[in-house]
Write a protein that binds this ligand. Structure first.
Ligand code: FMN
Length: 156
């Protein structure tokens, strides 16, 4: 069983979550950070996992582009979709809004992998927006390992 995990984030939490997922999956697993690399052909993979973080209601543009470009190639694959985002109570709603319905209807697993807020690495603009919206001044590291494990089990 060959699995491809493609992901895109901005400040590292999606990347961390994707690596945690890799450790939970059986077989050969390739990880591709869409912000740094071009994805390989999907032909060789039985399973594909697509994940990204959410900013102002939108998933990272690299993820949007990947989904749009590969709708056909993804047909028939065992598919997993995940997000990292701050609003846990809106996570399910956001997952439905940010992924194409063709992929949502085919997904064997969808998951909310938690979030991180790391002011030390954030741009000035994002820091201001985050402080205003969340009212939080402290860094937060809230990835949901239990959700990642559950997602991996559903995908197996
Ligand atoms: C400027 C900004 C806007 C954000 N907008 C949203 C949002 O609309 N919905 C949400 O649930 N989380 C939002 N978040 C939280 C991020 O999705 C969360 O911190 C995520 O873990 C970031 O992942 P990354 O480091 O991989 O980019 C926002 C964070 C920032 C800094």
């Amino acid at each position: 069983m060959k699995t491809l995990i493609v992901f895109a984030g901005k400040y590292g939490s999606t990347k961390k979550a994707a690596h945690l997922l890799k450790d939970e999956l059986s077989g050969e697993v390739s990880l591709v950070n869409l912000t740094e690399e071009k994805p390989p052909s999907l032909d060789a993979f039985d399973r594909v996992v697509i994940g990204g973080s959410i900013y102002a209601g939108f998933i990272r543009p690299e993820v949007r582009k990947f989904c749009r470009k590969n709708l056909e190639a993804l047909t028939g694959k065992r598919l997993g979709l995940f997000v990292c985002c701050g609003l846990e109570n809106k996570a399910e709603e956001q997952i439905k809004a940010v992924f194409p319905r063709e992929l949502l209807s085919q997904a064997a697993a969808t998951g909310y992998f938690g979030y991180e807020v790391n002011y030390d690495v954030m741009s000035f603009f994002d820091r201001i927006v985050m402080r205003l919206v969340s009212g939080q001044k402290e860094n937060q590291f809230c990835l949901r390992e239990e959700n990642i494990k559950k997602f991996a089990a559903e995908l197996e």
